[in-house]
Design a protein around this ligand. Structure first.
Ligand code: SAM
Ligand code: SF4
Ligand code: SF4
Length: 341
């Protein structure tokens, strides 16, 4: 069984340390991306969380402070769409005050024109922005709420102007939808300092109707881009980096590919996730979380919470992507918009 990692933090059954924490601050979103929250599935019957079910900013800060001594050095705020959570910058300020923490946020970019400067002022240093195409028709087909590309590009510009850099731009590639936008995206952002990361469409949740045929393998993406703009592989920035990096031979920057399906990276997975209602998940593909909110709202002290988290992490044996083919028939999996990407 895992014990104490090199940084004094905790490790799991496969000796993987706990390093990254993704915190979802809402399960709501102003988009209905077809691969994440399809309209049919998140229609009238779907029950979003009520406000009292969400962790408060104070509860999130407390949890974050408990996680840091257990080994966490990086926290990413996500959702749903994190910028639809009212006064999100108040939470950012609380987390930015924690010593030694790398703080990041993933957003669909639509509200960045309004929010970028407030986020920067609160202490955020960088953002990742999701954008699946530069073609309005394709993008609207993917976000399914008629949101134009220009709205996200304005958001990226606002983030850059506020100094939230380097900006990573995440594009989920789904065959039959946007593989024709891959080279355009690379070309558009080449030389801007922003790093586009192409993500293989994953079988997260139960609602997106994923099929293996929908996945455009990372190797195909690199070949498509490299044919026009020659690339060479670059070294990872750190052990366990999920994106494989490639740099342009002409020195004008780099791209990343996240081959979560065709080249799983469970062996190096150091991520825990907390859902908007405070459940702890040790894998993106988990079907069940551990209820931290109930402990937070009891009279349990910080040491008790740390013990509970430690027990969960030490018992962690998840490696879903490695086992994908067998696990495909397993129990229902939690949705990406709930657990946070
Ligand atoms: N709403 C924010 C956004 O879109 O950036 C944050 C939450 S979203 C769930 C986080 C990331 O997960 C996004 O980059 C999104 O594209 C990605 N994502 C969602 N569903 C996915 C899927 N089935 N496969 C791969 N990536 C997915
Ligand atoms: Fe919303 Fe992000 Fe999911 Fe798209 S990927 S529906 S923007 S949470
Ligand atoms: Fe980590 Fe689970 Fe993804 Fe494997 S499948 S890399 S354990 S989140």
């Amino acid at each position: 069984m895992g014990d104490v990692g090199a940084n004094g933090g905790i490790t799991d059954i496969f000796n993987r340390p706990l390093r990254d924490l993704r915190i979802s601050v809402t399960d709501r979103c102003n988009f209905r991306c077809v691969y994440c929250m399809p309209k049919e599935a998140f229609g009238r019957d779907y029950q979003f969380l009520e406000r009292r079910q969400l962790l408060t900013f104070e509860e999130i800060e407390r949890i974050a402070r408990i996680f840091v001594p257990l080994g966490v050095s990086k926290i990413r705020i996500t959702g749903g769409e994190p910028l639809v959570r009212k006064n999100i910058e108040t939470l950012i300020a609380k987390l930015a005050a924690i010593q030694g923490l790398d703080l990041a946020l993933t957003t669909n970019g639509s509200m960045l024109p309004r929010k970028a400067q407030a986020l920067k002022d609160a202490g955020l240093t960088r953002v990742s922005v999701s954008l699946d195409s530069l073609d309005d028709d394709v993008f609207k087909l993917m976000n399914d709420v008629d949101f134009p590309v220009s709205g996200v590009l304005d958001g990226i510009e606002a983030a850059a102007a506020a100094g939230l850099t380097p900006i990573k731009i995440n594009m989920v590639v789904r065959r039959g939808f946007n593989e024709g936008s891959v080279v355009d995206m690379a070309r558009h952002f080449k030389g801007t300092g922003h790093i586009v990361r192409f993500i293989e469409y994953m079988d997260v949740g139960e609602t997106n109707g994923w099929r293996m045929d929908d996945v455009v393998p990372a190797s195909e993406i690199v070949t498509m881009i490299g044919a026009e703009m020659p690339l060479e592989p670059a070294e990872p920035n750190y052990r366990g980096e999920v994106a494989d990096r490639y740099r342009y031979l002409d020195g004008s920057g780099e791209i990343g590919v996240i081959a979560s399906v065709t080249r799983s990276f469970c062996g190096d997975c150091t991520r825990a996730r907390i859902s908007a209602e405070g459940s702890l998940y040790t894998c993106l593909f988990a079907s069940k979380g551990y209820d931290l909110r109930q402990l937070l709202r009891s009279d349990a002290d910080d040491a008790t919470l740390a013990e509970a988290i430690t027990k969960v992490w030490r018992g962690r044996d998840d490696r879903y992507s490695d086992l994908r083919s067998e696990a495909a028939i397993g129990p229902p999996r939690v949705e990406m918009s709930y657990i946070g990407g």
